[in-house]
Design a protein around this ligand. Structure first.
Ligand SMILES: Cc1cc2nc3c(=O)[nH]c(=O)nc-3n(C[C@H](O)[C@H](O)[C@H](O)COP(=O)(O)OP(=O)(O)OC[C@H]3O[C@@H](n4cnc5c(N)ncnc54)[C@H](O)[C@@H]3O)c2cc1C
Length: 430
């Protein structure tokens, strides 16, 4: 497949507008807004709403959605380039109507919700009047959904949900939760679970505590207990036993968006690293003249550019092939590479800034920790590496031969055989 590296001019104008808008109007917001989903913060409405209006006017609101849902129906490559810009500011995805987990949850509702559910949950979610939570991981293990026990049972005309979930981000701000629960405990491993909409105010939804990760001052990752939580029968999303299929709906594109936001974030750290290297003098010369600092800068540049190309190529492949299955290895490779690039560049930026870099007055220590978030959420790196390896190995076959087919002696023998006639003649002509 040929590949064109150019961005069309019209779209580039939109990217340039976004670039300036994010830098001038959104980046400063990160210093005055606590959590972009905290609707109880009066500053949120005052500051974010007018910016959302501008984005809508520009036609760049919720671009991950198809035109039927008010988006542009942009392909993954365009979305990737947009997300690279949005990654620079914590509030930027909310201002552009594409924040996780709402973007993925909206896709689930759009695919599987009834007309009433779309009116009640999807429309206000798309308008950012409310936010949502995705409640899947359980305290006894997240990387292996086969060990999940939180269950839902159909009693009369209601589903009754019982069990615990762990790290349900944004539950404290959410109007509804999308909950994965076991509906057929003895069924085949990947048909045991179903997906449900649970309005947050439903009796029995108990937030045991909000867990904070290392760099957060306030926790937003809920440890939740569902105690006899009753929802109407039609609050199941998709068919019974389709939980994993429904879950897949939200992941493919989302991982690419996360990855490009990470590129945006990492580029900022890289810019800071370069500026510092050219500014700080030690032992008579700027850091930029020290070869080991140069190595850190070169390694960071190479890491960022190679990762960026991998993400863009994956986005481009999704657009071309229009089939996530065929791009599974690429998506998992992106997911597995992301935390390493994030970690390594932020760690080098921290090191180059010395004590200042390690302090809370700079973003590097938080970035190093946040890189672990990228290596855990939506599946740990190890699991994605297993997917890459399995997919790639599926393209090869083993052999029963003692020496492999590509053994140099065998290849030489085959080459001599192939050219025997010609070789003899050439020798004869001498
Ligand atoms: C900041 C953050 C936000 C999150 N938000 C949400 C959310 O909104 N909703 C939600 O449902 N979940 C959320 N999660 C949970 C996330 O999906 C889980 O952390 C993830 O699935 C891993 O599960 P676990 O933490 O229980 O780790 P475990 O399953 O206990 O795994 C621990 C470690 O074991 C190793 N490991 C696991 N499996 C394998 C394997 N097959 N091969 C080799 N090694 C392996 C890995 O090193 C892994 O990190 C969030 C997590 C974080 C960190």
């Amino acid at each position: 497949m040929a590949w064109d590296f150019e961005t069309d001019r019209e779209f580039q104008r939109e990217l340039d507008w976004m670039d300036e808008f994010v830098r001038d109007e959104i980046e400063p917001l990160d210093f005055v807004i606590g959590h972009p989903n905290d609707f109880s913060d009066p500053n949120r409405d005052r500051l974010i709403r007018p910016l959302q209006k501008e984005v809508k006017k520009r036609g760049l609101w919720a671009c991950h959605l198809g035109p039927d849902l008010g988006g542009q129906g942009y392909g993954q490559l365009k979305l990737a380039l947009m997300n690279e810009i949005l990654g620079r500011a914590k509030c930027a995805p909310v201002v552009f109507g594409c924040q996780a987990p709402d973007s993925g949850n909206a896709e689930i509702l759009a695919h599987y919700g009834t007309r009433e559910q779309k009116e009640r949950y999807l429309q206000p979610l798309l308008d950012n009047e409310i936010c949502s939570c995705y409640s899947m991981t359980e305290p006894q293990g997240g990387a292996d959904p086969k060990v999940f026990t939180c269950g839902a049972e159909l009693v009369g005309d209601e589903w009754v949900i019982n069990g615990e979930k762990w790290f349900s981000s944004n539950a404290r701000y959410a109007s509804f939760l999308i909950v994965m629960a076991v509906t057929d405990p003895d069924g085949p491993a990947y048909q045991r679970m179903s997906m449900f909409i649970v309005p947050s105010e439903t009796k029995g939804v108990e937030i045991v505590r909000n867990v904070a990760v290392g760099y957060e001052s306030e926790g937003a990752h809920a440890y939740i207990r569902y105690n006899d939580v009753r929802v109407p029968r039609d609050h199941i999303l998709g068919a019974e036993g389709q939980g994993f299929i429904v879950a897949q709906t939200r992941l493919g594109g989302g991982r690419i968006h996360h990855a490009m936001r990470t590129v945006g974030k990492v580029r900022r750290a890289f810019d800071m690293m370069c500026e510092r290297a050219l500014s700080r003098t030690t032992q008579g010369e700027v850091l930029a003249q020290k070869q080991m600092v140069q190595a850190m800068i070169a390694d960071s540049w190479i890491d960022i550019e190679t990762f960026r190309l991998l993400v863009l190529r994956t986005a481009w492949k999704i657009d071309k092939l229009k089939n996530y299955k065929e791009v599974r290895a690429d998506i998992s490779a992106v997911k597995a590479a992301m935390p390493r690039v994030y970690h390594d560049v932020y760690a080098r930026a921290l090191q180059i800034h010395g004590s200042l870099g390690l302090s809370t007055e700079m973003p590097f220590a938080a970035g190093v920790l946040d890189s672990f978030h990228m290596g855990l959420a939506d599946g740990p790196t190890e699991v994605h590496k297993v997917t890459v390896a399995k997919q790639v190995l599926g393209r090869y076959q083993g052999t029963d031969e003692m020496f492999p087919d590509y053994h140099l002696i065998k290849r030489r023998e085959r080459a001599l055989e192939k050219y025997a006639h010609r070789l003899e003649r050439d020798v004869g002509n001498l």
